[in-house]
Design a protein around this ligand. Sequence first.
Ligand SMILES: Cc1cc2nc3c(=O)[nH]c(=O)nc-3n(C[C@H](O)[C@H](O)[C@H](O)COP(=O)(O)OP(=O)(O)OC[C@H]3O[C@@H](n4cnc5c(N)ncnc54)[C@H](O)[C@@H]3O)c2cc1C
Length: 312
Amino acid sequence: MPRAEGGAGGTVGDAIEAIAAVSSHSMAAGFLFWSQRTFIEYLLQSPNGALRERLLPGLLAGATGLSNAMKLLSGLEELQVVARPKGEGWRIDGRLPWATNLIPGGFHVAVAVALPGGSPFVAALPHDLPGLARSPDLALMGMRATATAAITLREALIGPAHLLHADALHWLPQVRPAFLGLQCGMAIGLARRALAEAAAQAGPAREVLRPAREALAARLAAQEQALREGLAQGRLPAEAAALFRIRIALAGIVAEATGLELQAAGGRAYLRPHGDGFARRWREAAFVPVITPSLTQLQAALAAAGRQGRAA
Ligand SMILES: Cc1cc2nc3c(=O)[nH]c(=O)nc-3n(C[C@H](O)[C@H](O)[C@H](O)COP(=O)(O)OP(=O)(O)OC[C@H]3O[C@@H](n4cnc5c(N)ncnc54)[C@H](O)[C@@H]3O)c2cc1C
């Protein structure tokens, strides 16, 4: 984050590496980090300087409820929060079924809002906005303690001061590379840790699995390099498909890496407490294909782009 904004001068690439480092201990913690850093990225890329100056210095918990908006970009879903003009601002109603990092009493959540007859916009809503209700934490099978809940909005009044951007369809493609790139940090950290755990096992499977482990580590390193270079050269914002392919490849690597960890540990992976770390990584790995944009969405988007390319 730029020093002028109170950061340490790091790039998005540095942030990805930091998220990977945290995710190698706990991808749930890495996902909270992703939410926080992605929300900060929204503020950094917002033309609303007053909002940035107000929120950045003391931001306790930034939540990104933009799955719905990312699905809108791919033509998969309508926006589920709708605005009607009211005075200088809008009255908004709707529901976000999922958002993470909703630390009670301290969060701000980014939401895309449909405006019938106008452009959809993106707003940052504070936890104490009248008309905003947070559900209890969702009962998850993994990724627990991520303060993940639903948000309901009933006749909540907001104004220009809440705007991250007045034109969601213009702005979302601009922030999507950081959104997706930072997500990659989670998969990278989890895959690194599962591979390291597989290598650390002393059992008979260790040598049998060595070639597969080394090949997978090389594939992981190649994807990390592609991501680093693409971001450093500024290519990925213009080449959404390249970033989609990296995300898809990393999801496959995570699945294989946790599978290798299981094979290397054998029955001990099932024993508690020995297998607790593995069990957590196994459940965390199940989240990687589901997080928006999901693997099926990315594959569908690449197939559609391919069809358009052929038609052109
Ligand atoms: C632990 C956790 C935390 C989350 N945190 C957040 C958060 O902070 N912010 C947020 O915005 N969301 C969050 N989500 C939501 C998450 O990203 C959702 O999984 C996502 O919105 C997809 O919705 P769905 O799984 O209900 O899939 P559905 O929309 O019900 O679809 C089912 C499956 O079909 C696929 N699919 C649907 N339509 C198509 C299509 N046309 N082409 C190809 N594939 C399709 C979907 O990708 C999915 O795999 C979280 C989810 C979980 C599990």
